[in-house]
Design a protein around this ligand. Sequence first.
Ligand SMILES: [Zn+2]
Ligand SMILES: [Zn+2]
Length: 376
Amino acid sequence: MSAAVQGGSFVIPETMRAWVLDDPGDLRLTEKLVPQPGPAEVLVRIDAIAFCDGDIRIITRGPPALIEGGLPFNKNFTPGHEYMGRVVKLGPGVDEFAIGDRVAVEVHFGCGRCERCRAGMYTSCLNYGMNYGAHNKGHRANGFTTDGGFADYAVNNVNTLVHVPDNVGDEEATLIVTAGTAMYALDTLGGLIAGQSLCITGPGAIGLMGVAVGKALGAQPVILTGTRDSRLNLGRQLGADHVVNINSENPVEAVKRITGGKGVHYVMECSGNPNGLNDGMDMVMRGGRICMIGFANQPVSVDVAKLVRNHIAVFGIRGEGRSATHRASALFAQRRFDAKLIHTHTFKMDDVPTAFKYSRDRIDGAIKVVVKMRDA
Ligand SMILES: [Zn+2]
Ligand SMILES: [Zn+2]
C-alpha cells in the first residue's frame, strides 16, 4: 500500500460505469450516479469481483434476487456480490475504516429490527428485500436486493466489510466471502471441532473452500467426492485427505471404507445432486449433521424415516453469517491454504458478459472467474 493512498483522498466522479440486468441473461453497460454513503456506511471503489453460482442464477432466472418485491429484470439493477476494493469515502460517524483501506465484503446486512437479526442471524433477516418506498426496513444484500459490484463503486454498511490482509492479492480477496460461507457452514452452524471427520460432496468453489476451511479447522479426515479428476486434484492441494471420483467408486461405500465403516461426523452437500441428501444420510454417522449447500433443481424424494432413526440433523445455510468472513479472512492472512488455486480466469470490466459465459458454461475449466474492474 503506497503512502500516497494511505490516508490520502480519492477523486470521486459524479457518475460511474455500471452493468445492469435487462431481460434474463442480458447485461448492459450503462452510467449511474455514484451512490453516497449514509451513517454507518462507506463508499467502496471496486477493484475486483468474482462470479458466483448465485450470480448465474440471478442473471438467468431472477431469484434469489428480490428487487422492489419482484424479479430483478429491467429495473436498472446491478448484480454481483463477491467483490473487494478500497474505502474511498466515509459516511457520517464512521471511524471503523479509513480512506484507502482495502476491504472485502460480505453480502447480508440485516434490518436489525426483526427477530432473526436481533438474535444475530442477519443472513436470515425476516425483512429480506424490504428496502424500498413504504417497505423500507433498511435491509441490504448487495447484488441480491440492492445494487451490487459490477460497477465502479458501491455503498456498504461497515458491518459488511472485512479488512483484506496485506499479503492477499485483489483477485484472491474476492474469495474471502466464498470461504466465509464454508466457514459459517462448518464452525457456527455445524459446530465442527478438531479431529472430527468431514465429507464434502461436490468440488465447486464452495465445496473446495469447504475442504480448505475444514482442514484448517482441524477436521480429520477430510473427504471430497466429485466427478472431475482435475477438480478433485485441486481438492487434494487444498487439504483433502481422500478424494473419490464417483464415476469409479460409489461415494457412500468409499466413505465407509475410509472411516472403517463408521461414517463421518459431517457432510457438506455441495453438489446439488437430487440424491445428495439420501447419500449424505448414508455417509454420516448416527447423530451426525448434514449441511445442504448445493441447489437441487427439482423437488426430491428423501428417506425421512432414516433421518429420524439415525438422529440426523439437516440444515440449510444462507450466506456467511456470524462474522464468518472475518474468521475466513484470518485463515487467508495465516496462509492456511492457497485460495488462488480456484481462481482460474480474469477478465476486464468491459468483458463482464464474456466472464459471465465462462462462469456459467465452465468454459476452459473455469471455477472462479474474476473481473478486474480497473486497469492496473
Ligand atoms: Zn456468492
Ligand atoms: Zn432483520
